[in-house]
Design a protein around this ligand. Structure first.
Ligand SMILES: Cc1cc2nc3c(=O)[nH]c(=O)nc-3n(C[C@H](O)[C@H](O)[C@H](O)COP(=O)(O)OP(=O)(O)OC[C@H]3O[C@@H](n4cnc5c(N)ncnc54)[C@H](O)[C@@H]3O)c2cc1C
Length: 386
């Protein structure tokens, strides 16, 4: 079952699977992880499939806004390697979706055709050393000086800053008292004078390395205020707008991709591994684990594609997308750990892929709004009748 069963979607999934088998072999995925490498050449080939334009309207050179198909691409790439799927998100979603929703007309005209060609990656510079879930408290400051914006401050856990074209930087653009009103987003190229980037040695999600980024009197043209002049002081609306629903789904698609890979490997291993004269899959305790995980994964995928259809149709889906992110992230973590258990001692060995799936899966409930934050929002928004 492919969970979104139109012929076009099935065709897209088949195309992606052939691409992954051909261009992203298992050994390469293991190498990108161990060497913390972004395979730019593979990314270029991915762009030639036309999938970068799935978030870009036709008038800007894309294929039209198709959230279901975008999730399929993220899921299929994540089944093999986050070193390709995360840069895909940085291009199609962080750049494409945000530009479509909130870019100025000039930014759309200049940048969206490049997104559709796979030539533009945005990194998210939201989190700071003292600011995690409470993003409205960011301290990085931006001042308008003539036709420039001057930025000072620091971002933490900015993934992909080394490989991106612009850091989508959330800044405080006015007085601190006005918590939600005086925030803006500024696009900062990572090679702008005054920007320094230092790697953080994280457990997983290798390839789009996560980093510390500091801004020391960084000057950028005012034309790089996201949304143009009208975007100044409107950063909070951009963060909590409909783009947030899709962002939760992007993470859920990473979750179902990683969990699918872990379950496929564990299923095969349970058939191959013999103990007490028979495959370990003959033991009821192992079978039940596999059956439970298949059920959890099936539920996560149904939620993902249901929410993606709602988002695609511009229907209100804040609660549905939060439930999807919460369920898929927690399911992926549980599934990866259980698959490691099925692999026994081999699940603890670097050369066996399930070790990587565990490291990647542990991140999923943390990023894109933690499970605690999703639970808060599901309650709060349901009470508010959303
Ligand atoms: C590998 C990696 C990559 C990342 N990439 C990016 C990136 O590209 N860009 C970016 O901006 N950020 C990125 N992040 C940061 C990530 O989005 C944050 O970790 C996340 O937003 C949570 O912030 P925090 O970890 O500082 O937790 P905190 O906000 O400090 O929270 C600590 C704990 O308290 C809980 N908590 C906080 N507030 C509440 C509340 N109101 N109710 C209940 N519980 C609460 C949290 O769930 C958590 O368990 C990345 C993180 C990692 C580890």
């Amino acid at each position: 079952m492919d969970y979104a069963d139109t012929p076009e979607v099935t065709q897209l999934r088949d195309l992606l699977r052939r691409f992954v088998d051909r261009e992203m072999p298992r050994e390469a995925a293991a190498r990108w992880d161990s060497e913390n490498e972004f395979p730019r050449e593979v990314f270029r080939k991915l762009a030639s499939l036309g999938v970068m334009g799935l978030t870009v309207p036709e008038e800007y050179g894309g294929a039209g806004r198709d959230i279901v198909s975008t999730m399929i691409v993220i899921e299929e790439l994540s089944r093999r390697s986050l070193a390709v799927s995360v840069p895909y998100i940085m291009s199609a979603c962080y750049a494409g979706m945000n530009l479509v929703e909130y870019g100025s007309e000039r930014q759309k005209r200049d940048l969206l055709p490049r997104v559709a060609q796979g030539e533009l990656l945005f990194a998210y510079g939201l989190t700071e050393p003292d600011v995690g879930a409470d993003l409205a408290s960011v301290k990085t400051r931006a001042q308008r000086v003539g036709d420039k914006v001057v930025i000072n401050g620091a971002k933490r856990f900015c993934s992909g800053a080394e490989i991106c074209d612009y850091i989508f930087t959330l800044v405080r653009s006015g007085e601190e008292g006005d918590r939600y009103r005086n925030l803006s987003v500024v696009l900062v190229a990572p090679d702008t004078p005054g920007v320094s980037i230092t790697r953080i040695n994280s457990m997983g999600m290798k390839g789009a390395t996560t980093t510390d980024v500091s801004f020391d009197n960084v000057e950028v043209p005012a034309s790089q205020i996201f949304g143009g002049d009208e975007g100044w002081h409107r950063g909070w609306n951009m963060l909590i707008g409909s783009g947030l629903d899709v962002e939760k789904l992007e993470v859920a698609a990473v979750a179902t991709g990683v969990a699918s890979a872990a379950l496929e490997d564990a299923w095969a291993y349970a058939q191959e591994r013999q103990q007490f004269g028979k495959p370990v899959s003959e033991f009821q305790s192992i079978r039940h684990k596999l059956a439970d995980m298949k059920t959890q994964l099936h539920a996560a995928k149904l939620m993902l594609y249901h929410s993606a259809r709602l988002a695609n149709a511009h229907q209100r889906c804040a609660v549905e997308t939060s439930m999807t992110k919460l369920f898929a992230a927690e399911a992926a973590k549980a599934i990866a750990l259980e698959c490691q258990t099925i692999h026994g001692a081999y699940g603890y060995v670097k050369e066996v892929a399930v070790e990587r799936y565990v490291r990647d899966a542990l991140l999923i409930p943390i990023m894109g709004g933690s499970s605690a934050i999703q639970r808060n929002n599901i309650y709060k928004w349901t009470e508010a009748g959303m």
